[in-house]
Design a protein around this ligand. Structure first.
Ligand code: ADP
Ligand code: MG
Length: 343
């Protein structure tokens, strides 16, 4: 039988392949594979379910990731996927795979972070699973959330002339990771050197301790605005725009000048001799929300400081970055493809 390399399909191709084999039969399954969370009809509202797995050596490096932060992040990334459906998380289950390399105190620390996030987002931890692992620490979190039926936001639904908006700022988490990797190399070469991370607290914090934007979900609700489409920015702007484009059947024009980038990110891009735009477009782990809002509703949300308009939706399925000199650059990147980097 033919053997196809996983790298040939890539992560998204593989998910598509699995999806193509799946049919759903429960009337309560409103939306299955393909969005940030599954949507289940619970009668009075929709229940949202999202799951994410973090693996040591793939998603985190324990030589510079404090377990407390890791615990916090494992919850925050799931909160982000529930928020991307315009929902609020209510419960989580947390499953861990570990070896005796970890002490009881280390796992206590991990759970300090998990519980601190649960407290922050007002989520109940209601279960999980514990198993041994031969390949380092594994953390798998499933989040359960709620959204009013008329308020659910999918990756599909963007319409021509809608305003493309993003929350917070982009690109910082990418440089946070570059700094951590750089300091790790310095430390490996000279263990007496102490990493100077305080100076880069913002960028490193964006990588180690991201937040899911439930604050923005509450603000949208207050203004009575439902985005026409939404996704969270976990793999870089390009990848998320292509998802919205594919699901909604339209295109996007993004103005480089409008991209929200912190000064600290710009300075670090300069230090690394890298374009900050590349970090925004192809980096990852910002966990901001990318959404489209009708022109009419945009008037209601433009006063929300966390929301920045960065472009608009076009009828043609062309996705382009418009540079400040007016150049049109096609958006093609596929985000971070973990599968191509694995043996
Ligand atoms: P996100 O980055 O928002 O977490 P993913 O790219 O991980 O989204 O997943 C996209 C969609 O594919 C989601 O609906 C997810 O539930 C689904 N999915 C991912 N892996 C699998 C799998 N192995 N089996 C079934 N569905 C999957
Ligand atoms: Mg997502």
């Amino acid at each position: 039988m033919k053997r196809t390399d996983l790298a040939e399909l890539g992560e998204f191709g593989l998910i598509e392949r699995i999806k193509s084999k799946v049919t759903t039969s429960q009337p309560s399954t409103v939306y299955g594979i393909g969005d940030d969370a599954a949507v289940i009809d619970s009668g009075s509202h929709y229940t949202l379910i999202s799951t994410d797995m973090l693996l040591e050596g793939i998603h985190f490096d324990l030589s510079y990731t404090p377990l407390r932060h890791l615990g916090y992040k494992s919850i925050a990334v799931n909160v982000s996927d529930i928020a991307a459906m315009n929902g609020i998380p209510k419960q989580v289950t947390v499953s861990i795979g570990l070896s005796n390399r970890f002490s009881v105190e280390a796992i206590d620390e991990l759970y300090e972070g998990i519980l601190s996030a649960c407290k922050n987002y007002n989520i109940d931890l209601v279960g999980g699973d514990t198993t041994s692992s031969q390949s380092g620490l594994v953390i798998s979190v499933t989040a359960i959330g709620e959204v009013a039926k008329e308020a659910v936001a999918y990756r599909k639904g963007a319409k021509a002339n809608d305003v493309l908006c993003v929350t917070g700022d982009l690109g910082a988490a990418y440089f946070g990771l570059q700094i951590l990797e750089r300091e790790k190399q310095v430390f490996l070469e000279n263990p007496n050197m102490k990493p100077d991370l305080i100076e880069h607290e913002y960028l490193v914090g964006r990588q180690l301790k991201p937040e899911g934007r439930t604050d923005v979900i509450h603000e949208l609700k207050e203004k009575n605005v439902v985005p026409t489409s939404m996704i969270d920015v976990s793999d870089g702007l390009a990848s998320e725009i292509l998802h919205l484009s594919q699901h909604s059947g339209c295109g996007f024009s993004v103005f480089v000048d409008n991209l929200p980038i912190e000064n600290k990110t710009l300075l670090m891009a300069n230090e690394f001799k890298m374009s900050p735009i590349t970090a925004v477009v192809n980096g990852g782990e910002d966990y901001e929300l990318l959404m489209t809002i009708s022109q009419q509703d945009y008037e209601l949300v433009k006063s929300i400081p966390e929301i920045t308009p960065i472009g608009f939706v076009t009828k043609e399925k062309n996705n382009i970055l418009v540079t400040n000199s007016g150049e049109h650059v096609p958006i093609t990147a596929q985000g971070w493809n973990h599968l191509t980097t694995q043996k």
